[in-house]
Design a protein around this ligand. Structure first.
Ligand SMILES: Nc1ncnc2c1ncn2[C@@H]1O[C@H](COP(=O)(O)OP(=O)(O)O)[C@@H](O)[C@H]1O
Ligand SMILES: [Mg+2]
Length: 228
């Protein structure tokens, strides 16, 4: 028998209620999800169904009303906020719909940033950033600033920045939502390729059923529940 796949992310019974009393809005009504090492899961759901809320909870950026999130075996709610931040930086990468690259820095500097924040020496940080940017097909754009990159190139740089720390898991919130079809395909392909090469797990929120179909698994968020 083969060994069971290692679980990098595990959420149990996640509930999220915003506000209280008459203004209370229940967004997640008990969500369970597991991500195995290197697995690619797409999350689909209508606008407002709670996809971003779910990713924030999975990444420890927000606290659930009920339930637990374990990242690499650590229950995020059992440690204080500072320790949670450290754990998040070690094991999780984030990609958003808008790249959030810093305008005044080059692609190389942007991607090296998460390593510099961890006090990795600049030469080593830039070497590693260069390698990931090359992997993303941006080896010829290292010194360009975000404003000098196309939309697809910016998103690929954002993917590189999420991967540079070699996280176990990347949480991507509509990473191709702002791109035309063909460019979206390319960025999505680059993420899947990186996942295969590096064994990085991905949770990717997308509106696009054709892209979702290329993930290992599709989860649909509806009425606060997640279903295969
Ligand atoms: N900080 C917040 N306070 C109150 N309501 C919120 C907050 N964030 C999101 N919501 C509400 O929760 C619901 C789900 O939002 P969201 O997770 O952003 O959905 P999606 O990403 O699927 O579009 C929406 O109705 C939204 O208005
Ligand atoms: Mg959203």
């Amino acid at each position: 028998m083969s060994e069971p796949a290692k679980i990098v992310l595990r959420a149990r019974g996640l509930k999220k209620v915003y506000g209280s009393g008459h203004a209370a809005v229940s967004v997640l009504g008990g969500v369970d999800v597991e991500l195995a090492a290197g697995e690619r899961v797409a999350v689909v759901g209508a606008s407002g169904s709670g996809k971003s809320t779910l990713l924030h909870l999975l990444g420890g950026l927000d606290e659930p009303t009920e339930g637990s999130v374990e990242v690499m075996g650590q229950d995020l709610m059992r440690v204080n906020q500072a320790a949670r931040g450290v754990w998040r930086n070690l094991h999780i990468g984030f990609i958003y719909q808008f790249h959030h690259l810093l305008a005044e820095f080059s692609a190389l500097e942007n991607v090296a940033m998460p390593l510099l924040i961890r006090r990795v020496p600049r030469d080593e940080a830039e070497d590693r950033a260069r390698t990931v940017l090359q992997e993303m097909g941006l080896g010829h754009r290292l010194t360009h600033s975000p404003g000098e990159l196309s939309g697809g190139e910016r998103q690929r740089a954002a993917v590189a920045r999420a991967l540079v720390t070699s996280p176990a898991c990347v949480l991507a919130d509509e990473p191709t939502g702002n791109l035309d079809r063909q460019t979206a395909e390319k960025v999505f392909h680059a993420m899947l390729e990186a996942s295969t090469q590096r064994g990085t797990g991905f949770v990717i929120v997308t509106h696009d059923p054709q892209l979702a179909a290329r993930a290992d698994r599709i989860l649909a968020l509806e009425d606060g529940r997640l279903a295969d």
